[in-house]
Design a protein around this ligand. Structure first.
Ligand SMILES: Nc1ncnc2c1ncn2[C@@H]1O[C@H](COP(=O)(O)OP(=O)(O)OP(=O)(O)O)[C@@H](O)[C@H]1O
Length: 269
C-alpha cells in the first residue's frame, strides 16, 4: 500500500474507500447589517461515500440550504472544513452540480442550450456539447425538448432540464435543494423514480435536501436529520428497505414514525 493510500484510509481490493464528501465540524453564523448573529449550523460532521444517496431532512430553518450552499461553494463556513474527493471546497466547481427548487433555468436559452451551458463554459466544442445535451435530455425523458424555451415547459419538465443541466459537467456529486417541492404529487413521484434510475445508471453521489419524510425514505440510502436553532445532526439513519419503496411496504411506517420523532414533528405532510 502506498503512503498516499494509507493517508486516504482503508483500502479494499486496491480501491480507496475514503468518503467522497467529508463535512468536518462545520458551523455557520450569518451576520446582518445591524450586527445580529444567527447561528445556522453548529459543529456539523458528516461523511458521504461515493455513489451514496443521502437525504438531508429537517424542519424549516434547521440549516439544510445553508449546508448545501456551503458544499456547493456559494457560502463559506465560519469554521470547520468541507472536502470533496479530498479537495477543500473554496468556491463553486463543475464537479458539484446543483439543482434548486425554483428550476433556475436561463430563460433566454433553449432547454438544449441550458444543458449545454456548463460544457460550453468548460470549453467543449459545439458539436460535442449538442451531443451531451441530446443525451442528457433523453436521459431525463425529454428527447424532443432541446429547442423549447423554459417558458414553454411545465414545472416538471423544467426540473428535468435542470437535472440534465446539473449532470452535464459529469459532477462527482449532485446537490439537490428541495427540487421537487413545488411539483404536484404525481409529477413528484415520476421525477423521484427517474432520479433513482439516473442515480443507479450513472452511480452518482447525491445529497438531497427535503423536509418531506416520505420523500426522504423513498429516495435515500441514508437519511440525516438536522435539528434547528442551531442546526445540528440529530440522527443518521440507514434505510434498508428494498426498492422501489412504497408507503404500504412493511417497515415504511415504522421508519416514518422514527424520523418524525427525530425531527420533532407530529407529521409534516
Ligand atoms: N442570508 C441569511 N442571513 C441571515 N440569516 C439567514 C440567512 N439565510 C438563512 N438564515 C438563517 O439561518 C437559519 C437556517 O436557514 P436555512 O435556509 O439554511 O434553513 P433550511 O433548513 O434550509 O430552511 P427551509 O426548509 O425553510 O428552506 C435560519 O434561522 C435562517 O433564518
Amino acid at each position: 500500500m502506498t503512503a498516499a493510500a494509507i493517508l486516504e484510509g482503508p483500502v479494499t481490493a486496491g480501491v480507496s474507500i475514503r468518503p467522497l464528501l467529508e463535512i468536518d465540524g462545520v458551523s455557520h453564523v450569518y451576520r446582518s447589517a445591524l450586527g445580529t448573529e444567527t447561528t445556522a449550523l453548529d459543529g456539523v460532521s458528516l461523511s458521504v461515500a461515493r455513489g451514496e444517496f443521502v437525504c438531508l431532512l429537517g424542519p424549516s430553518g434547521c440549516g439544510k440550504t445553508t449546508l448545501l450552499n456551503m458544499i456547493a461553494g456559494f457560502v463559506t463556513p465560519s469554521s470547520g472544513r468541507i472536502t470533496v474527493d479530498g479537495e477543500t471546497v473554496r468556491g463553486p466547481s463543475p464537479s458539484r452540480g446543483v439543482v434548486f427548487q425554483d428550476y433556475s433555468l436561463f430563460p433566454w436559452l433553449t432547454a438544449g442550450q441550458n444543458v449545454a451551458f456548463g460544457p460550453r463554459m468548460a470549453g467543449q466544442g459545439p458539436a460535442a456539447r449538442r451531443q451531451t445535451a441530446r443525451e442528457l435530455l433523453a436521459l431525463v425523458g425529454l428527447p424532443d425538448a432541446a429547442d423549447r424555451y423554459p417558458a414553454e415547459l411545465s414545472g416538471g419538465m423544467k426540473q428535468r432540464v435542470a437535472i440534465a443541466r446539473a449532470l452535464a459537467t459529469d459532477p462527482a456529486v449532485l446537490l439537490m435543494d428541495e427540487p421537487f417541492a413545488a411539483l404536484d404529487a404525481m409529477t413528484r413521484a415520476a421525477l423521484q423514480r427517474q432520479l433513482l434510475a439516473i442515480h443507479e445508471a450513472r452511480s452518482k453521489t447525491v445529497l438531497f435536501v427535503t423536509h418531506n419524510i416520505a420523500e426522504a425514505i423513498t429516495l435515500g440510502d441514508r437519511v440525516v436529520v438536522l435539528s434547528p436553532h442551531p442546526g445540528r445532526v440529530a440522527a443518521d439513519v440507514t434505510v434498508d428497505l428494498p426498492r422501489p419503496r412504497r408507503r404500504t411496504a412493511p417497515g415504511f411506517n415504522a421508519l416514518y414514525a422514527h424520523l418524525a420523532d427525530a425531527i420533532g414533528a407530529e407529521t409534516t405532510e
